[in-house]
Design a protein around this ligand. Structure first.
Ligand code: NAD
Length: 307
């Protein structure tokens, strides 16, 4: 497994990270024993970076991950989040995010987090995040409960603007660098974590979960890419992962996984690289979806191309 340095944190993270949103049943039910085996298989094969949040399964993912990492916590770099607690439930106040960090430590059965992110900054008030939330996380860091702090979100503008006013150690953007969307290349920050290389399930043979927010043209484009790969006898998930992980300016990429089959296949994908001719054809197919992204958060925090 290739290990890369995560920006100024100096953390040595695996090029492929384990996204634990599926542990919150975000993509349908999962089986505990199988998920535990998937996590062990991932760690045994060098995946050392894990991402979770209180929001995933409304604390279920954190609780499960804490249980499944028992005895192996020291082998991984563990990231979780504060401020998002439901589909429309947010609290960016200093008091809530400070308490939230302690709750996550308990659920994850650890006494420190490697990274503590502010979850989906576009849903907050920029002034509050800059003046209150991030300073509160710095105090959590000073207390030794988090080694580094960062921000996550869909709005690249908001990620850039918050980081410009309140410097953070890293940032995570999702659905903005994969076969369907490459918008993140417009900000190119140091220490970037890319999430959702399969565009939250759109780039899989079984397709997206019911809650997927993408507009029809993006779904339709994804379906064409999946069918194109099937027609050529190649794996769409392998191609999508290889494309995302090939970009050297992205430190690491979180893919959501909860089965040994997914972990095994995604590890195997790392060993190969996509056929440039196939990528060129996919690039043409992907054009209708490029630059197309749904609205998320407060209107004042939207990216100009959100629709
Ligand atoms: P993803 O693009 O990684 O897709 C996940 C889906 O793909 C799941 O249904 C999973 O079962 C499936 N999958 C994975 N490997 C597969 C394979 N080989 N074959 C078939 N299906 C496969 O989307 P994601 O899980 O939403 O994103 C990855 C992680 O990034 C999340 O788990 C989360 O930790 C993080 N994330 C964070 C934010 C945020 O902070 N705002 C947002 C999105 C994602």
């Amino acid at each position: 497994m290739e290990i890369r340095t995560l920006g100024t944190t100096g953390l040595k993270v695996s090029r492929l990270g384990f996204g634990a949103a599926p542990l919150g049943n975000e993509y349908g039910g999962m089986e505990n024993g199988e998920a535990k085996r998937a996590i062990d298989l991932a760690i045994d094969n060098g995946i050392n970076f894990f991402d979770v949040a209180p929001y995933y399964g409304l604390t279920l993912a954190e609780t499960r991950l804490g249980e499944m990492l028992k005895g192996r916590r020291h082998e991984v770099i563990l990231a979780t989040k504060v401020a998002r607690y439901g589909l429309a439930s947010f609290d960016f106040s200093a008091a809530r995010v400070t308490r939230s960090a302690d709750e996550s430590l308990q659920r994850l059965q650890t006494d420190y987090l490697d990274i503590l992110h502010v979850h989906d900054v576009e849903f907050g008030d920029k002034r509050q995040i800059v003046d209150e939330t991030i300073p509160a996380l710095r105090r959590v860091q000073e207390a030794g409960k988090a080694r580094f702090i960062g921000i996550t979100g869909l709005s690249l503008r908001m990620l850039r603007e918050v980081a410009a006013e309140a410097p953070v150690d890293c940032m995570l953007s999702y659905c903005r660098y994969n076969l369907l969307n490459t918008d993140v290349t417009s900000i190119n920050p140091e220490g970037l974590i890319n999430a959702s290389p399969l565009h939250m399930g759109l780039l899989t043979p079984s397709g997206p979960p019911p809650w997927h927010p993408a507009m029809p043209v993006v779904r339709e484009t994804a379906r064409r890419i999946v069918e194109f790969c099937q027609g050529r006898g190649i794996s769409v998930t392998d191609t999508a992962l290889q494309f995302a992980l090939d970009n050297r300016s992205i430190a690491t990429t979180f893919a959501g996984m909860s089965t040994t089959a997914e972990v095994r296949q995604n590890l195997q994908a790392l060993a190969g690289s996509p056929d440039p001719e196939i990528l060129r054809e996919i690039e043409v197919l992907a054009q209708p979806a490029r630059g197309r992204i749904w609205k998320a958060g407060r209107p004042e925090n939207y990216d100009p191309n959100m629709e």
